[in-house]
Each structure stands twice: as C-alpha cells, then as structure tokens.
Design a protein around this ligand. Sequence first.
Ligand code: ADP
Ligand code: MG
Length: 720
Amino acid sequence: MRFESLKTVSNRKNRIKDNSTVSFTDLFNSNVFDDTAMRNFLSREAYESVSSSIHNGKTINRKMAEHVASGMKRWALSKGATHYTHWFQPLTGSTAEKHDSFFEPENGKAVEKFSANSLVQQEPDASSLPSGGLRNTFEARGYTAWDPSSPAFIYENTAGKTLCIPTVFVSYNGEALDYKTPLLKSVNLVDKAATEICKYFLKKVSSCTASLGIEQEYFLVDEALFQARPDLVMCGRTLVGHAPAKGQQMDDHYFGSIPDRVFNYMYDLEIEAAKLGIPLKTRHNEVAPGQYECAPMFEEVNLAIDHNQLLMDLMDDVAKRHHFRVLLHEKPFAGINGSGKHNNWSLITNTGVNLLSPGNDPNSNLLFLTIFINTIKALHDNSDIIRASIASASNDHRLGANEAPPAIISAFIGSKLTQVLNAFLADAVAEDKGEKKSINIDKIPEILRDNTDRNRTSPFAFTGNKFELRAVGSSTNSAQPMTALNSAVANQLIAFKIAVDSAVVKGVDQKKAIVLELKKVLKSAQNILFEGNNYSDEWAKEAKKRGLSNIKNTPESLKAYISNQAHDTFVKNGIFTQEELHARYEIMLEDYIKKIQIEGRILGELAYSFILPPSIQYLSNVAANVKTLKEAGIKVGTAQKELIESIGEHIDMVKTKTDQMIAARKKANTMIDSEKQAISYHYDVKESFDDIRYHIDKLEQLVDDKMWQLPKYRELLFTR
Ligand code: ADP
Ligand code: MG
C-alpha cells in the first residue's frame, strides 16, 4: 500500500486551473433562499411573516407556513433540487439529514409535493442518535423543527441537489437533543440581558446580537497516503509515526506560498462556500507543514455556526474531488502543531454599536467597560464550564500540550487595557477615602483597536474589539462553547443589573452605581487576567496559587456540566434543564470512551498486523546474514549483533505493552458507571498509548525502509 500510494501521488498533475470566468458576485448566495429569493418566490404577506420571524422572533402561522413552503419548493425546483431534508446538528458532532423526494406518485404521475408540514416539522427515526437516556429507543420519537433564522439552502454534491432546511432537534417531551436548541436559547438570553444594560447608556437600542467569526485550521493529506494509514481512516489521527527530520522548525510554511494543488482545492472550496453564502475571507498556510487555515467574515452567532458546520462538510466533499483528505482532528500528527478553531466573539446592538469596541467619549467608554469587565467576570465564574464546553478526546491533545492554550482558562487583555483597569480601580481607592477625583474612564485611547498586543498563548484573548476564544478544537461544533459563553455573560449581566438597580433604588446616582459595582466585579474576577506566557511552567504554578483550575483531561473536566455553577448559569436561565445537563454529561462521557476505545483497537491492530511482522522479518534477515557470514568464516563485528538486540527489545516491548493495554481496555469495559469507565479509559488505556508508540517509532527507524508498510510522517506531510 505504502509504495503504491507514493507512486499514485507522484503521478498526480498539479496545474493551476483557469478560474478567470468565475464571478463571486454572481455565485454568492446563489444556493441560498436568501432575501432576494424570498422576495421573488414569496407573496408579500409570506415574505413579511418570515422577515419578522427572523428579525423579531415572531412565530409564523400555519397559513403563512403553507405559503412559504410552496414558494420555497418552487425556488428549489427551479434550482434543480430533487430532494429536501431537515438539516440538524445532533450530539454526534456532525450534521444529520434524511432526504425525502419532492416527487410523489399521484394517478400514475409524479407530482411535486412539499407542504407546510414538511417544512415546519419532521419526525426522523432518530433512535440511534445520542440522547443520553432522555429517550429510550422504544419511544424513539424525536422531532426536527424549522429554524427560520438560518436560511434554507441547496447542497450540491455528486449525489445531486438537496434543499436543506436548518432545524432544531428535540425529543417528544421537548428536551434538546442537539446543539442548536440551547444555542438559540442562549442567543435570546444574552440579547435581552445586554439590551437591558444598553438602556443605561443608549436609549435607542432594542436588541443585541452575539457575533462570531470562526477561524478554521485543518490539514490536507493525499488520499492515497491517507488510505494506507488505518489510523487516519478510523481515528482521524496518526497513532504511530516517527517525527520527520524536518518538521516545522524552519518556520518556512507559515504564510508561505500555497502549493498549486492546495490552491486549486482552496479556490474550489471558496466557490462552493460562496454559493452557500459562507463569506470566506482569508486563506493561508498555517504553522505546520500540510496545515492551512480559512476564515469567514463574522456573522450572527447562530448563522456563523451553521456556516461553519456546513463548511466542514464542504471541505470534506471538495477535498475528495482533489484526491485530498481533509483532517479536522485537533492533533493528527504528534510533535507537529495541532489545529484549532478560534472563536472571535462580540456583542453588537441593532443600532450597529460593537459593545466590545472602546469608544472615544466617556459615556461609550463606560458602556464598553461594563460589557468588558462583566465578560471577564463571566469567564472567571464559569471557567470550568468553558473548559468543559471545549473538551473532547481529540482536543485533549492540544489543551495542556505545549503548543495550544493550556487547560488553565485565563484572559489576556493587553498592556493598554491593563493600565486602564488599574487606573479605574485606583480611583476607587481615592473615592473610598473621600477624595474627590474624576473617574478615569474619560479617555481610553481610540487607537486601542490596533494597539492591542497579541498573545498567541492565551485561551481567551481580547483583540481590540472582540474576545477570541482560542481553545476551541478544530473539529468542535462551536455551538457548545458559544452557548456556554453567551449564557455565562448573560447571567453575569443580569446579576450586574440587579445590583446597580438596587443601589439606584437606595438613592445612588446611576452612573456612580455602575462604576462602583464594576469595581467590585473587577476585583472579584481579576485573578483570571494573565498577560504572560501561558505555555510556561511558571504559569501553571502561579495559576495554582491563584486557585485557578487546570483540568487536563476530558472525563474530569466534564463534571462542570453537572456542577452548581452549571445550575446557576444554565438551569436558572432556562438554557438547559437539569435532566438535559445530565444527558449531555452522559453523552460526552460516552463519546470519550468510544473514541479512546476505537483508538485502542486500531493501535492494537497496527502493532500486531503492521509493525511486528516486518520488524520480525527484518530481524530474522539480519540474524540469517550473521549466521551465513559466520558459517563462511567471515569475521562479524558487533554492529549487527547490537542491531538484532535493539530490534528484539523493541519488538518485545511493543508486544508486552500492547497486551497490557488490551487487558486494561477489557477491564474498563466491564465498568457500568460511565464516569468511572471514562476515567479508567483515560488513565489506564489512553495513557499507555505513548509508551507503545515510543517502541514502534524506534522500530520505524531501525527496520529496512523497503519493508515498512505505513506511510511515514515525511511522506504524509511533505508529499503532494
Ligand atoms: P486574526 O485573529 O488572525 O488577527 P482577524 O482579525 O482577521 O484575524 O479576525 C479573525 C476573525 O474575527 C474573522 O472571522 C473576523 O471576521 C472576526 N471578527 C472581526 N470582528 C469581529 C466582531 N466584532 N465580532 C466577531 N468576530 C469578529
Ligand atoms: Mg485569530
């Protein structure tokens, strides 16, 4: 497989395609039931009904839904769609769809049908999707329901064109079985909470939206080489492989010129993304060889997440056309940078004010500080929840590993804002002592935006007009961390408003009440601020002193979902019920267990069927050679003997350690309690992988290259 695949790769043609006739203006949104399409295909009444549902959350009545369905059908058919599907995001992490044909037989003819029922609600037989015990298989009913705030679109691939209707997915009793349902609730919650705060400052604000811009990192590997690696095919990452002589130490890949074949892929991806209205803006090489990034313009958070989920599907589809495989795993190659998905988040009013953009007059500065400080406090109080919201077996390789933000959640705000906050607090001291001093918020330099320094090691960095949650993994559905962040910030803003209002009732001037409360909030949250190198050992020690958590593995971090804080942030605000939280906890534990179980099985197979046979064969070749030489009376030095011993030892270790890992897995499998099982899978099974790998990677270096079966790192990373 290895040599055949290398031959296939070297025979590929890498010419830049002529794209001179492509017009992005024409392509953009061409497969989306967007505003223009709605105007063209809906009656005025139906159009207004959908519009007011999108902008004001008004429900669409049955009659109107019938009109919308009929218009949407005509539009989809005019585009050549043959099927439709409700498109949703179950807790598997990927998207789900079940296609129905528009055509139904009637009196011997095929008639196109698509009613309000088909648009608004469906009942997919979803008994095999995870529910964490919320739904027994015998009462398998789950419902998908239309989310008008995210436009319907047509997905094109080799199978044809399908009208996709974004939906939520809930159980018969209304419990959320997906990522979108709680996200939408959190969007509403933070809208209301932020709008209430805005009313102190800007009377015209009537709503706020959370905005999100998602940077997506990924690797590309040639499909032939990919197919020759069972670990990539089954786990999305390599479980073995010696580091290549040249990795990323030359720093020659980052922002370097994009290889032709990759460029063609990116261009095609951009075309497909444009048709779906995904506003891709940047593309470049990333730090590691074979690693790239793309990022869209930011959008409303729900839409941004739908677009990112869609983008990941597109990346996969388009890669196959180019004989590539896209790796979205957080750590496909040991010793090489992993992939993240930076979530750039902000709050923007309906009047167009970015609440995290410092203004240049005292009033807007105080509004900025209010949102800014309360966001820091929200992170402070919910750091374990945020950590849990990005936890997964694959992201564990990044968090705490020496390259991505650590598992310690902290915020970076830059030197300018640190000064501003310090001055702000210092004033409080003066004021408490009865000295009259103006509040030092009058001038936050306007240049701040471009002036903020960058800290690539921080998990939560302020970058001038937004916070960047950098700890999110490349394969994660951002709905989970964004639900947590929206809810945490909303919860804090609600508490803040209550405190301010009660001071005002007692006769304190409103502005003064805001300032005093902000100072209190800031003081209680300050220990989450960290400006230094997050990767350093000193920070781990310092964070411990500060009492910040450093939870390095998924099973232990997930407990935050069933903590008191989770109750305060989620349950009290109606984002999740306690049952839903428990269900999510179960699902995530199970996901962890299954992923490690699969990795364990594949590693076992690799060891026994791919590594040991050529190693043993090579060992016996060398031994036979020594024997022949001796028999011929030729003097044999120590080199071959040492080689034999060394290979022999590694062979023994691979077998012994693999057997131990398999035994540990069997033991873990007998555990009934999923929490204990996940923890056992972490400590007893997963922690032994590196040990096995060490000996395998040694063998890779010792055994004749001709006999080695698995494509090597240098081939996977540098051949294209
Ligand atoms: P980098 O982090 O590499 O400097 P950019 O500054 O270009 O990258 O921004 C990264 C992402 O942040 C982009 O998707 C961009 O659209 C998004 N972004 C910019 N402003 C906001 C905002 N106010 N709210 C949310 N996302 C934003
Ligand atoms: Mg960034």
